[in-house]
Design a protein around this ligand. Structure first.
Ligand SMILES: Nc1nc2c(ncn2[C@@H]2O[C@H](COP(=O)(O)OP(=O)(O)OP(=O)(O)O)[C@@H](O)[C@H]2O)c(=O)[nH]1
Length: 378
C-alpha cells in the first residue's frame, strides 16, 4: 500500500469528518444539475496549479510510449464505469453522467465552511483565512463538493508547502538532536522510528535516555533502541540528565556516530524545573561542541488538537525549537491542527507519525496530507 493510501485510510476520521461536512453543506443549499458537457473545465474553475499529474486520456494515442506519468488512481468506490464520456477528470470531479449537486458559494456557505474547518481543528484564524482564499474567484459561482474539496486541498497544500522540511542533516559529527515534548506525546517512539530510518540509511546513531527520572521511559527507549539496532545510553534513575548528555556525546564522538538523539523529560507541571533541566543539558553539551544542539525537535500529539498550539508556545520559551514532528495522526479527527500550526508558527514539520509501528513515520508531504485530510480522490 502506498504511503498516501495508508495515510488516507489512517486519517480516515479527519477526512471523513471534513468530507461528510462538505457534502452536507453543498447539499443543504444546492440542487442537482445534469452533467455538463464533458470537455474543457468551466470557466469558473481556476487552473489547478498544484495538481501534479495531468489528466490522462483514456485512449492513448497508438504511438504513445509506455512511459510518463501514471494515470491518477481512482479508488474503487469512485471507479464505477463512466456511462458515456467525461474522462478521468470527469470521473474525478463527479461528471460521469450522474447529476451533480451544486450550490452557489455565498456568504452562508462560506460561514458553514469556516465552522466546519474550525471543528476540524484548523483554528479560528486559519479557518477564516482559508475560507476567504476559497472565496476568491469563486464567490457567487455554483460549486460541487468535489470542486470545493479540490480547492480546499490546494489551499491547505499552499499553506503547508513552506514548512515541509525533513530533518536537516549536517556534516557535523555527531549531530546532536534534542527531542522535547510533553510526556506521552510520542518522543520515545519518534526517536526509535527516526533512529531506525537513519540506521537503515547507513547513519550511525546513538540514543541518550535523558528522562532519567522515569524508569519506565528509559526501559521503553531501550526497547526501541533494540528494535532500531541502535545503542541507548542510560544513567541511574534520578541522576543528572545533563551529565548523561555529556557522556553520551563523548561516546557518540568516540564511536564516530553521525547522530546523537537525546530524549528529554516532559514534565510541564513544573515548568521552571523543566526549563532549567533543558537549559543545563544545552549548556553542558556546548562544553563539548559549542554549536550543539543542532536540532531541537518538538514532538506533538495530534489528538490534543488546539492544545498543540499552546505547547509550541510553551516549548519555544523553554528551548530553541527548530522543528516539529506530529504524532498520532491516525485515529484522530483533529488532523487539521497541523494546518493551524503551519499557518501560525511556520516551523518546519519534519515528519508525521501515523501509527505505533517502527515504519509508521514518514516525511511530511503537503499535497498528500491535504488530499488525505479533505478526502480528495487522487
Ligand atoms: N497511534 C499512534 N500512537 C503513537 C504514535 N506515536 C506514539 N504513539 C503511542 O503513544 C504512546 C506514548 O508514546 P511515547 O513515545 O512513549 O511518548 P513519550 O513522549 O516518550 O512519553 P513519555 O515516555 O511518557 O515521556 C505510546 O503508547 C506510543 O505507542 C503514532 O504516531 N500513532
Amino acid at each position: 500500500m502506498s504511503f498516501f493510501n495508508k495515510l488516507k485510510s489512517k486519517l480516515f476520521k479527519s477526512s471523513s469528518k471534513l468530507e461528510e461536512g462538505l457534502d452536507a453543506i453543498v447539499e443543504e443549499g444546492g440542487a442537482a444539475e445534469p452533467q455538463p458537457d464533458p470537455g474543457p473545465a468551466p470557466a469558473s474553475e481556476p487552473a489547478p496549479e498544484t495538481v501534479r499529474e495531468e489528466p490522462v486520456r483514456e485512449e492513448p494515442a497508438p504511438d504513445t510510449p509506455p512511459v510518463g506519468p501514471k494515470p491518477v488512481e481512482i479508488p474503487e468506490t469512485q471507479a464505477e464505469p463512466a456511462p458515456s464520456s467525461g474522462g478521468m477528470l470527469g470521473r474525478l470531479f463527479g461528471r460521469q453522467g450522474a447529476d451533480v449537486v451544486r450550490r452557489p458559494l455565498d456568504d452562508d456557505m462560506l460561514e458553514s465552511l469556516e465552522d466546519l474547518l474550525i471543528t476540524a481543528d484548523m483554528g479560528v484564524d486559519t479557518s477564516a483565512r482559508v475560507t476567504a482564499n476559497l472565496a476568491e474567484g469563486r464567490y457567487g459561482k455554483r460549486v460541487s463538493t468535489e470542486e470545493i474539496k479540490a480547492a480546499l486541498a490546494q489551499e491547505i497544500a499552499r499553506i503547508m508547502e513552506p514548512v515541509a522540511k525533513p530533518l536537516p542533516l549536517y556534516p557535523k559529527k555527531p549531530q546532536v538532536v534534542l527531542v522535547v515534548g510533553v510526556n506521552g506525546s510520542g518522543k520515545t517512539t519518534t526517536i526509535g522510528k527516526l533512529s531506525s530510518q537513519f540506521n537503515a540509511a547507513g547513519k550511525k546513531v546513538v540514543i541518550a535516555a535523558g528522562d532519567t527520572f522515569r524508569a519506565a521511559a528509559v526501559e521503553q527507549l531501550q526497547v526501541w533502541g533494540d528494535r532500531a539496532g541502535v545503542p541507548v545510553m542510560t544513567a541511574p534513575q534520578g541522576s543528572d540528565p545533563a551529565s548523561l548528555a555529556f557522556e553520551a556525546h563523548k561516546k557518540a564522538e568516540a564511536d564516530g556516530a553521525d547522530l546523537l538523539m537525546i530524549d528529554t523529560a516532559g514534565r510541564l507541571q513544573n515548568r521552571a524545573d523543566l526549563m532549567e533541566e533543558l537549559a543545563k543539558i544545552v549548556r553542558v553539551l556546548r562544553k563539548r561542541d559549542e554549536t550543539a544542539p543542532h536540532n531541537t525537535v518538538l514532538v506533538l500529539d495530534a489528538t490534543t488538537g488546539q492544545n498543540a498550539l499552546s505547547q509550541v508556545e510553551t516549548f519555544q520559551k523553554l528551548a530553541d525549537v527548530s522543528g516539529l514532528v506530529m504524532t498520532k495522526l491516525d485515529g484522530t479527527a483533529r488532523g487539521g491542527v497541523l494546518v493551524a500550526l503551519a499557518d501560525k508558527f511556520g516551523l518546519p514539520i519534519h515528519a508525521i507519525g501515523v501509527g505505533e509501528q517502527i515504519d509508521d513515520l514518514a516525511p511530511f508531504d503537503p499535497e498528500e496530507f491535504a488530499a488525505a485530510l479533505t478526502g480528495l480522490a487522487r
